[in-house]
Design a protein around this ligand. Structure first.
Ligand SMILES: O=c1nc[nH]c2c1ncn2[C@H]1C[C@H](O)[C@@H](COP(=O)(O)OP(=O)(O)OP(=O)(O)O)O1
Ligand SMILES: [Mg+2]
Length: 197
């Protein structure tokens, strides 16, 4: 890669902020340039959705790029809503997501409310070229919303090992344990190897 920047195709300003923050730290900081292009998202597994989106994004920008797909997966529902969490969140909100799990849970207990946040970064070297996938996962529970409701389902996801939801914790802490951070640590290795080519 001739320069030290990468094009991130996303329309989500919160994602962009976290990705910039995470990739700006480290031995070899990576500069992220945003292009906001509306890319259609297919139905399928998280990896199928991610591959198709990145391939279409590379066509749209005419060069190398990364895209990112975030899924929230409920254990009791065998991984659903998964990649469709955006539409569930929009239509039923935090309270509705909680209610979906009430039938699996004893009142006041976290048992049955297990969930994992799954982040799938995809990298395309350019239009028509093979897309690479980098995944990161953080386990936790779905809880009644606590904290600011500015970013998706952050207020309703409590990562394991913490008493705070993603929304309540210091963003710096979220960025060291999140699904996004874990996926970016893998992507970072790949991008650094490309620079040495
Ligand atoms: O760390 C997160 N904490 C809480 N909520 C989150 C997070 N990361 C994504 N989200 C939300 C945004 C969207 O409602 C859905 C993913 O959908 P997803 O298609 O990947 O995102 P998007 O359409 O907003 O942006 P993009 O232009 O990159 O496709 O989960
Ligand atoms: Mg999207």
């Amino acid at each position: 890669m001739p320069d030290k920047s990468i094009v991130f195709v996303t329309g989500n300003a919160n994602k962009l902020r976290e990705v910039k923050a995470i990739l700006s730290i480290g031995d070899v900081p990576i500069d992220v340039v945003n292009q906001e292009v509306d890319i259609p998202e297919i139905q399928g597994s998280t990896q199928e959705v991610a591959r198709a989106k990145c391939a279409a994004a590379a066509q749209a920008v005419g060069g190398p790029c990364i895209t990112e797909d975030t899924a929230l997966c409920f254990k009791a529902l065998n991984g659903l809503p998964g990649p469709y969490i955006k539409y569930f969140m929009q239509d039923v909100g935090h309270a509705g997501l909680n209610r979906m799990l009430d039938g699996f849970t004893k009142p006041g207990s976290l048992e049955g409310r297990e969930a994992w946040a799954l982040c799938t970064f995809a990298y395309s070297p350019g239009p028509g070229q093979e897309v690479l996938i980098f995944e990161g996962k953080t386990d936790g529970h779905v809880v009644p919303a606590r904290g600011p409701t500015t970013f998706g389902w952050d207020a309703t996801f409590q990562p394991d090992g913490f008493t705070e939801t993603y929304a309540e914790m210091d963003p710096k802490v979220k960025n060291t344990i999140s699904h996004r951070y874990r996926a970016l640590e893998k992507l970072r290795v790949h991008l650094q190897a490309l620079r040495k080519e």
